[in-house]
Ligand binder design. Structure first.
Ligand SMILES: [Zn+2]
Length: 458
């Protein structure tokens, strides 16, 4: 062996040795990281409503590991020695609730603050409202308009308590449409005018014409939206749009859908009437928000095209929204006169129905989120109500595809691999749905992402 070759093989050997040592070190570290056990919680003596089945499984156990459900079983199910054990003592364990039509930014701040106040106050009130939302048992919300991004970021990082949020970001509307809340004197606009405050802080957005629609929709996706929310029909709280108007042309609606499609997600649209709904369905919109004034024909068209009815049990009852504008009050009555009929028709047709509350501008009213859920008993059995607010709402959220922020497991169900978002109810809500109307009295334990946020059992 020449000197040269000998030196070369020594250097090869040292390279191999170095590589080997590196592999040992790295794999050692990996093993060390894997060996650190995730915390476990074992829930025993539970009656389980799993989000799907009408039958409670009795005397069952659920093992939570980290933020997921590791297993569901009977008395034989064992945990690691150091697991925390919670005795359900025969209470009903159910999946955390999902509100499919929520506004983190608008729910809990007074109208005067939202309309004329500072985005910082709106955001702080939204964050405070989020903790209360979670403590009402709503562990997930689909936010269909506003600027909840900072709140969501801090909730997901575990820095503040709150539900999972699937944000739409600023909802997009046309000039004179449902999201045009500018003062009367704001038109005609001049391209040199600065943007109105709400639009510059991401509380809402406006777009007219296909190029602007495409740009705004992309901006909203860039902000981190899970889905795009628009308005394509007249609104109640807005002043310049009677209920019968269609908003956006077919080409504009299609442009929204195309942008959503390029991001592998979908468009949800605020709509009350048949004409607006049918145009939206033809354009490819997948979630109709409200829809109170629609006919059986439109509901059938929705069913045939896999379009969801995301509706709220809003009635002209003791919880009626109050409006400063008499025109809005009139529209409210017209819309809520349709509530009873639309629920009955939707159930008859078999269109997919999502539950939401759409609480606006009133922290006290927002406290009634569970009361609104219980109002569904007018049209549905307790089982149907609970399934809608858990596993079925979770199915709607899946339309966001890869933009769904929570991909580690399913939501709205109690099964192996699902997120550990759980409520322990003192009683059986499948027999008495009114239990969900009193979360502070009847929900003894609330867990989200494997962490306990409320526990009054001890
Ligand atoms: Zn809304």
């Amino acid at each position: 062996m020449s000197l040269c070759r000998a030196i070369k093989s020594v250097s090869e050997i040292s390279k191999i040795t170095f590589f080997f040592v590196l592999v040992v070190l790295v794999s050692g570290r990996l093993v060390a990281a894997e060996e650190k056990p995730k915390p476990q919680v074992l829930l025993i003596n539970c009656n389980i409503f799993d989000g799907k089945s009408e039958k409670l499984s009795t005397n069952a156990r659920v093992l939570v590991e980290g933020n997921l459900i590791k297993s569901v079983g009977d008395a034989k199910l064992k945990s690691a020695k150091q697991a925390e054990v919670i005795d359900c003592a025969g209470r009903t364990l159910m999946p955390g609730l999902i509100d499919a039509h929520w506004h983190t930014s608008y729910c809990c701040a007074p109208q005067s603050t939202v309309v004329t106040g500072d985005i910082l106050e709106i955001a702080i009130r939204g964050a405070l409202g989020s903790e209360k939302t979670l403590l009402r048992g709503f562990t997930t919300v689909r936010d269909v308009g506003g600027n909840p991004f900072a709140t969501k970021k801090m909730i997901d990082a575990g820095e503040i308590p709150g539900p999972r949020i699937l944000p739409s970001g600023p909802p997009i509307g046309q000039t004179g449409g449902h999201f045009d809340y500018r003062p009367y004197q704001s038109v005609p606009t001049n391209p040199a005018d600065s943007q109105w405050y709400w639009y510059s802080v991401g509380l809402m957005a406006m777009a007219d014409g296909v190029p602007e629609v495409i740009k705004r929709a992309r901006e909203v996706m860039r902000m981190g939206a899970s889905q795009i929310k628009i308005s394509s029909g007249g609104g109640v709280s807005s002043v310049y749009d009677p209920l019968d108007v269609r908003q956006y042309t077919f080409d504009e609606l299609k442009a929204f859908v195309e942008v959503a499609d390029t991001y592998n997600t979908y468009v949800a649209s605020h709509i009350f009437t048949d004409e607006a709904a049918q145009l939206a369905i033809k354009a490819g919109i997948k979630s109709i928000e409200h829809g109170f004034l629609m006919s059986e024909k439109t509901l059938q068209m929705m069913k045939d095209n896999g379009v969801w009815l995301s509706i709220q049990p809003l009635l002209n009852d003791e919880d009626a929204f109050e409006f400063n504008d008499p025109g809005s009050t009139k529209k409210w009555i017209e819309v809520t006169d349709g509530t009873d009929k639309i629920y009955k028709l939707a159930k008859k047709v078999g269109v997919r129905i999502a539950f939401g509350t759409d609480m606006l501008f009133d922290a006290k009213l927002a406290e009634k989120q569970g009361v609104f859920l219980a109002k569904l008993k007018r049209w549905f059995t307790p089982y149907e109500v609970l399934k809608m607010a858990t596993s079925e709402n979770a199915e709607l959220l899946k339309l966001a595809g890869p933009r769904h922020p929570y991909q580690a497991g399913p939501l709205g169900v109690i099964e192996e691999g699902a997120y550990a978002d759980l409520i322990l109810v003192n009683g059986n809500p499948l027999k008495d749905i009114n239990l969900v109307a009193d979360p502070h009295g009847k929900f003894d334990l609330i867990m989200k992402d494997g962490k306990v946020f409320k526990n009054t059992i001890k």
